[in-house]
Write a protein that binds this ligand. Structure first.
Ligand code: PRP
Ligand code: GLN
Ligand code: MG
Length: 541
């Protein structure tokens, strides 16, 4: 998952970068690996700062001060294609036509044929393994086809229509054209979120506009009238106003249900559904199932304990429903981020222990019910069950607000390999054994769907592919899944990272093996970027 953001201020003389950095910090939970901002200043000049690292590490007063201009695009990255190399940090830039900046959340599923098209038909060079760079170039190619000296809104809608007909998969995108404006569009199923909001300027004479993955950014930055970009819709914002157009038909909204389970912040509203309310409902319905399963197994529970952070909301409701005490038995180290989106199993495993500490006084001699939002690889549950037992829990029961995850995600969540999923090839008894629990209780899929859908009954479908293996876009064959598995399983990815490091650092930064990332701007970078009119603010990581 990634976070995307676009901001256009009514007054072009006010710099936008500080506010974009602020907004990106509110999207940090969507991607912790890399982040970046590109702004557009006088004469359509772009200024960029992007690198591997968290928002607070990459952006400080001096890097922000160098990002000039009243409109810009930002991104936080959780890699789901390509590598972890900082050359794949977003936003991406391409000079032709018109100067385009691009940020993407999601994942394409037809990259091989698009790459072939780029090579054989468009003759455009793609310099990284990122599907987002590819998507940008498909967009650029479609803009090029208009053949105009100066482009207008109609041309942009036509170009995005072309992108949508060529690209398969999940994509919520924010783009910026030099000296023109900012643009957002969403795939025909609206799998990934993006919305927009506005804010009157202090003198009331005009409006600032924001695009963001989640409404929390708009709330916190003082924007109102949040509206989702519709599936298959494109929105263009210039200083003359807002234009919207449905560029794909048919378009059927089918957001990824995992946004509600885990990814989004609870205080966001996505496609008209409060994430917070949906998690409360997940806890309520799960309580009924837990009650039934406990009775079937002749078990009783003394205390309900959430697994911080995401499951807290659901766990509290579940405890209330069952009239059981709710206790914060695991204390979270607030300085450790989300473990699921960390790269590599070793790092994830180590960080569960760094992040959570079990308080014996809540566990000793008790039957405890641990509630989590989901069990994916089982990294978290395996560790916390052991921790609970280490501090004296009698019986440990684990309840998950989501059903067992047995299929890979191909739309922008990094779970590419079936073998890494703890529920793959296991029934519930075997899953309990694998994570060391006495019993495990999973939410049913209909209950999960209803927890979200009852908050907006106009949504007729969700992408639930990780639970069912039915991929909403179609076109995901067993052969494709095996291809992705081969490319991105934990082991194979390490290899990919090493391979791409050399190529990208050589070509882009003029330094072998990513030295640029350690030692600041190599002189050749300045030369390269001057030639494309892009001003870099490099940060080490
Ligand atoms: O079975 P796993 O592979 O461990 O994945 C599932 C766990 O990972 C996530 O937590 P994470 O620490 O990422 O974030 P959180 O603090 O928002 O709960 C999620 O909330 C589950 O706890
Ligand atoms: N999680 C995402 O949305 C990632 C976007 C893109 N596929 C990348 O890997 O950079
Ligand atoms: Mg968690």
């Amino acid at each position: 998952m990634c976070g995307i953001l676009g901001l256009l201020l009514h007054d072009p003389t006010v710099n936008v970068a500080a506010e974009i950095a602020e907004g990106l910090s509110l999207l940090q939970h969507r991607g912790q690996d890399a982040c970046g901002i590109i702004t557009c200043g006088p004469k359509g000049r772009f200024y960029q700062c992007k690198a591997n690292g968290m928002v607070r590490d990459i952006f400080d007063d001096s890097s922000i001060a160098r990002l000039i201009g009243g409109m810009g695009v930002g991104h936080v990255r959780y890699p789901t294609a390509g590598s972890f190399n900082n050359a794949e940090a977003q936003p991406f830039y391409v000079n032709s036509p018109y100067g385009i900046v691009f940020a993407h959340n999601g994942n394409l599923i037809n990259t091989s044929s698009l790459m072939q098209f780029m090579d054989q038909v468009s003759h455009r060079h793609i310099n990284t393994a990122s599907d987002s760079e590819l998507l940008l170039n498909i967009f650029a190619d479609n803009l090029q086809k208009t053949g105009k000296f100066r482009i207008n809104e109609e041309d942009i809608f036509t170009a995005i229509g072309g992108v949508v007909s060529q690209c398969k998969g999940a994509y919520a995108c924010v783009a910026m054209l030099a000296g023109f404006g900012i643009i957002a569009f969403r795939d025909p199923n609206g799998i990934r979120p993006v919305g927009m909001a506005s804010r009157k300027t202090a003198n009331g004479e005009g409006s600032d506009y924001i695009f963001a993955s989640e409404s929390v950014v708009a709330d916190a930055c003082g924007f109102t009238d949040w509206e989702d970009v519709k599936p298959g819709e494109a929105v263009i914002i210039t200083r003359n106003g807002v234009s919207r157009r449905q560029v794909s038909s048919p378009s059927t909204l089918a957001p990824d249900i995992f946004e509600y389970v885990y990814f989004a912040r609870p205080d966001s509203v996505i496609d008209g559904v409060s994430v917070y309310r949906s998690r409360m409902a997940m806890g309520d319905v799960l309580a009924e199932k837990v009650k039934r399963v406990l009775a079937e197994n002749n078990l009783t529970v003394d205390v309900v304990i959430p697994v911080p952070d995401t499951s807290r909301v659901a766990a509290l409701n579940l405890a209330q429903r069952l009239a059981l005490p709710y206790r914060e038995g695991f204390i979270k180290n607030r300085y450790v981020g989300r473990t699921f989106i960390m790269p590599g199993q070793q790092m994830r495993k180590k960080n569960v222990r760094r992040k959570l500490n079990a308080m014996a006084l809540e566990f000793a001699d008790k039957n405890v019910l641990l509630v989590d939002d989901s069990i994916v690889r089982g990294t978290t549950s395996k560790e916390i069950v052991q921790m609970a037992k280490d501090v004296g829990a009698k019986k440990v029961i684990v309840a998950s607000c989501a059903p067992p995850i047995r299929y890979p995600n191909v739309y922008g969540i990094d779970m590419p390999s079936r073998k890494e999923l703890v529920a793959y090839g296991r029934n519930e008894v075997e899953i309990a054994k694998a994570i060391g629990a006495d019993l495990v209780v999973f939410q049913s899929l209909p209950d999960l769907v209803e927890s979200v859908r009852h908050l907006n009954t106009s949504i007729n479908a969700f992408d639930c592919s990780v639970f069912t293996g039915d991929y909403i876009t179609g076109g995901v064959t067993e052969e494709y899944l095996q291809h992705v598995e081969g490319l991105r399983s934990d082991n194979n990815r390490l290899k990919l990272n090493l391979d791409t490091n050399v190529l990208q650092s050589d070509v882009v930064n003029g330094y072998p093996n990513g030295h640029a990332a350690e030692s600041g701007p190599p002189s050749s970078t300045a030369g390269l970027d001057d030639s494309v009119g892009l001003h870099n603010t490099w940060k080490s990581n």
